[in-house]
Unconditional design. Structure first.
Length: 284
């Protein structure tokens, strides 16, 4: 059983949007930005290999269709998911399951690609079941005004007629070790995996806690549709994570891949930052 962190194209986020109501004088001491207030953001995917299944969590921006929305985030295509999957020793055909945490373009853009011969979009991981929450699926086809530009239908529309689409309505296990949990604060039906290893448990915090600086409850991104719901969801998952000594993996933190947690007078906080591969010396 192993989990590999895979980088996908990176981009920049406005610091004010990244950290919501937190003033720049405070967030800039925790997360650097450039002269235009833009913060570097990673876009990590996970590959979970339990010996039987090879489960990919999120597919990044992809590289098939660079539009105005993507350009406004100054995307950098140096990292490439398919190349990084190959470098890790796998092929796209090896992937048995794709879990899409939600359908914002930076999480599902690599799910489909254009076949230049047919002119049609096709699945990048042709053998994989694709898990998306029911609420998010419904939301992506009927988006509210604010989220609308984040949903690019080419990224997921072909799943509509595919038997590979698996809609998820409640917490489920997709393997013995991988459970998918549902959240509504960032967007309805955000779905995040909890993965049990022999000695450690890993929580992929996705857009619920995008960076290590976002662990304190009030640090909610301005992109979240329902910030008060995000706060309640963070409170509950961080309390469970602290009690059970989970490792938190950050999808968008350019500087910190994961951390463990500690309890302080002010609540649960990030403890030490490290790389996920560091824990595998303790795992079988
Ligand atoms: Zn999002």
């Amino acid at each position: 059983m192993k989990i590999i962190v895979l980088n996908t194209p990176e981009f920049k986020i406005d610091g004010g949007a990244y950290f919501g109501v937190i003033p720049k004088s405070i967030w800039s001491s925790k997360y650097p930005c450039d002269e235009n207030n833009m913060c570097k953001a990673s876009c990590r995917s996970l590959l979970i290999d339990d010996g039987e299944r090879r489960m990919l969590v999120d597919t990044g921006i992809g590289d098939k269709d660079v539009n105005d929305t993507i350009n406004s985030y100054q995307a950098d295509f140096t990292q490439n998911l398919e190349i990084n999957i190959k470098s890790a020793g796998y092929s796209v055909e090896d992937i048995t399951d794709v879990v899409l945490t939600h359908l914002h373009f930076d999480h599902c853009g690599g799910t489909t690609k254009l076949n230049k011969n047919t002119g049609e979009y096709e699945l990048s991981f042709p053998n994989a079941n694709h898990y998306i929450s029911e609420k998010q699926w419904e939301n992506a086809f009927n988006p509210n005004y604010r989220e609308k530009s984040s949903f690019i239908k080419k990224n997921f529309e072909i799943l509509k007629s595919s038997e590979k689409l698996k809609l998820v309505g409640k917490t489920i296990k997709i393997s013995n070790n991988t459970e998918l949990r549902l959240f509504d604060g960032h967007t309805p039906g955000l779905m995040l995996p909890v993965i049990k290893l022999d000695k450690n448990t890993v929580f992929f915090a996705g857009d619920l806690i995008p960076a290590m600086a976002s662990v304190p409850l009030a640090w909610v991104s301005a992109y979240d549709l329902f910030p008060l719901t995000s706060i309640e969801e963070k409170k509950s998952i961080l309390s469970e994570a602290f009690k059970k000594k989970w490792i938190i993996v950050f999808q968008h933190d350019y500087y910190n891949e994961c951390c463990d947690l500690k309890k302080t007078e002010k609540g649960v906080r990030a403890n030490k930052s490290f790389k996920l591969e560091d824990i595998f010396s303790n795992e079988k």
